[in-house]
Ligand binder design. Structure first.
Ligand SMILES: [Fe+2]
Length: 479
C-alpha cells in the first residue's frame, strides 16, 4: 500500500514536471553584447543612395503583390525631373518584352519639398512560378529588372518569406539588408517603419524618403515587399503645415487592398503559395465597428486552411512585448483582436516597433474581461506565436532594457540587429530562423520548427496527451 502511494506520488511529480516542460516555462534572455555601428544615417553622398545614370532615369524601383492570389505585381518607381512614361514592358525572356502594361503617376509636396513623379503600374495575368523580366522607360535612361512569380495557391506549396521591421537607413540597416539578400528568401513581409525620414525636418523629410527608396532598391526591384505601416509612416507635422497622416508613405508605397475587399491600403490581405497573410494597421482605428474591425471580421471568415494552411498576421506594434520600450502599446489591439487570433488559430503574428528581437510561447489572455480576475496570459495551444522583429537597424538604436523578471509568456529575447526567415516546407511544417547580423560566429540564435495550427503538431499533441493520460491511468490501476 505504501509502495503504491509512493508510485502515485512519483507519477504526480513527473506529471507536474512534464506539464511545466510542455508549457515551456522559463524563457531565455540573451546577454550577449554585440558590436554595432553608431545608429546614425548613412551620409547622403554614399554610394547606396546613388542616383541612376541618365536624364530622368527611373529610381526607387519596388514591387509588391498586385492581387489576392499572386498572379499580378504592382511595379512602382520615381522619375525625378518630369513625368516620363508610366509604361512597363515585360516578358518571360530577357530582352524580349512582348507585353505592355500602362500605369499612372502623381506627385505631391511636403512642406516646400516637391516630390518626383511616382509611378504605379499593375502587371496582371501572369503565370505562376515564372521569371519575368521588365523594363521601365526607354533609351539611355531605361532600366531593366526581373522578378519571379510565386507557385499557385496550394496547401503544400513551399515558399520562403523574409521578415524585416524598422529598417531605416543606417549602416546597421545596410548590414540587415545585405544579410537578408543572402538568405534565399523570395518575398519580404515588412513590419512597418521604413525610412525614419520623420526624424528630419522640413524639406529633408522628403529627401530621406527618396534616399530610402534608392537604398532598398537592390532587393525591392527584384522581389515583392508586402508593406505594413508603422508610426514613422504617420508623418503628422503640424508645425510644417503637414497634417495628412501617411502622406509620404501612401504616395510611394501601394498595396493590393481592393483585391481583399479592404477600403484602405493600410490594411489588406494576400494569399501567396500556401500562406494567407493579413496586414493590420496599428495606427488606424480598429475598435469594434470601425472599417478595419469590420474588414478583419469578414477576412478571417474568408481564410480557407484547406487551400492556405498558413495564417500569418502582420502589425507594427507588438501585442506581447516584455521590453521597456513601447511596453503595452499593443494592448488596445490585443483587446480588440486576440480573441479572433485564437479562434481562427493564427499560426504566427509578426510585429516590429521595438528595436530588439523577442518570441513568445503560445499564450493567450482572452479570459481577461476586467472583472473576471483572470488577468494573466496563460499557455494556449490555439494561440499564435508572437514574434517581434523590430531590429532592422534604424537611427534610434537598439532597445536594450527588458522587463525583469522575464515574463512567462516570453520564450527568447535579445537586443541585436537582424531579420527573420520563415521557410514553409509543406502544410504541416515551416522552419523559422532569426538571423542576427553577426551570425556566423558561434553563438546561439533562435531557430525552431513551426508546426501548422490547422494541419500540424496540435492534432498529434492531442493524441499524445490522450495516450499519456491513458498510460498514467493504466499504471495507477496496476499499482
Ligand atoms: Fe515604430
Amino acid at each position: 500500500m505504501i509502495q503504491g502511494m509512493e508510485i502515485r506520488h512519483l507519477l504526480l511529480v513527473v506529471a507536474v514536471l512534464l506539464s511545466l516542460v510542455l508549457q515551456g516555462q522559463g524563457g531565455i534572455t540573451s546577454s550577449y553584447v554585440r558590436s554595432e555601428w553608431p545608429a546614425v544615417d548613412i551620409p547622403l553622398d554614399h554610394k547606396v543612395f546613388k542616383v541612376p545614370k541618365g536624364y530622368n532615369a527611373p529610381q526607387q524601383v519596388h514591387i509588391t503583390q498586385g492581387d489576392y492570389d499572386g498572379k499580378a505585381v504592382i511595379i512602382s518607381w520615381v522619375t525625378p525631373d518630369e513625368p516620363g512614361s508610366s509604361t512597363v514592358h515585360y516578358g518571360a525572356v530577357q530582352g524580349e518584352y512582348d507585353f505592355v502594361a500602362k500605369g499612372t503617376y502623381s506627385n505631391y509636396t511636403f512642406y516646400k519639398y516637391k516630390s518626383g513623379y511616382t509611378h504605379h503600374c499593375l502587371v496582371s495575368g501572369l503565370e505562376y512560378n515564372t521569371k519575368y523580366y521588365y523594363k521601365i522607360e526607354s533609351g539611355e535612361s531605361s532600366r531593366e529588372f526581373w522578378f519571379v512569380t510565386p507557385p499557385h495557391v496550394h496547401p503544400d506549396a513551399s515558399y520562403k518569406f523574409g521578415i524585416i521591421g524598422d529598417l531605416g537607413q543606417t549602416f546597421n540597416s545596410l548590414s540587415t539588408l545585405e544579410h537578408y539578400m543572402r538568405s534565399g528568401a523570395q518575398a519580404v513581409l515588412f513590419l512597418g517603419d521604413l525610412s525614419y525620414a520623420d526624424r528630419y525636418q522640413y524639406n529633408d523629410v522628403g529627401v530621406r524618403w527618396d534616399t530610402w527608396g534608392r537604398f532598398v532598391e537592390p532587393s525591392t526591384a527584384y522581389q515583392p515587399w508586402l508593406w505594413s505601416a508603422g508610426n514613422h509612416e504617420v508623418d503628422y507635422m503640424p508645425y510644417m503645415g503637414e497634417v495628412t497622416p501617411f502622406k509620404n508613405y501612401l504616395e510611394r508605397y501601394t498595396t493590393p487592398y481592393l483585391a481583399s475587399k479592404s477600403s484602405n491600403p493600410l490594411w489588406y490581405s494576400v494569399r501567396r503559395a500556401s500562406a494567407h497573410i493579413i496586414v493590420l494597421s496599428s495606427y488606424s482605428p480598429f475598435v469594434k465597428y470601425t472599417p478595419q474591425w469590420r474588414w478583419l471580421d469578414e477576412e478571417f471568415k474568408r481564410v480557407d486552411r484547406e487551400k492556405t494552411p498558413w495564417l500569418i498576421v502582420l502589425m507594427h506594434s507588438p501585442i506581447y512585448n516584455s521590453n521597456e520600450a513601447h511596453f503595452k502599446e499593443g494592448e488596445s489591439m490585443r483587446a480588440a483582436f486576440e480573441e479572433w487570433f485564437v479562434e481562427y488559430r493564427v499560426d504566427v503574428v509578426f510585429a516590429g516597433h521595438v528595436h530588439a528581437y523577442e518570441r513568445s510561447y503560445r499564450v493567450s489572455n482572452v479570459r481577461y474581461n476586467v472583472s473576471s480576475g483572470d488577468r494573466f496570459p496563460v499557455p494556449d495551444t490555439s494561440a499564435p506565436v508572437y514574434i517581434t522583429v523590430g531590429d532592422g537597424g534604424n537611427q534610434e538604436g537598439l532597445a536594450g532594457r527588458f522587463m525583469e523578471p522575464q515574463p512567462d509568456y516570453s520564450a527568447f529575447r535579445e537586443a541585436s540587429y537582424g531579420h527573420s526567415t520563415l521557410d514553409i516546407k509543406n502544410r504541416t511544417h515551416a522552419i523559422y530562423h532569426w538571423n542576427r547580423n553577426d551570425d556566423g560566429k558561434k553563438v546561439a540564435t533562435d531557430e525552431f520548427v513551426l508546426y501548422n495550427q490547422y494541419w500540424g503538431k496540435n492534432i498529434r499533441r492531442r493524441k499524445l496527451k490522450k495516450h499519456y493520460i491513458k498510460s498514467v491511468v493504466v499504471d495507477w490501476i496496476a499499482s
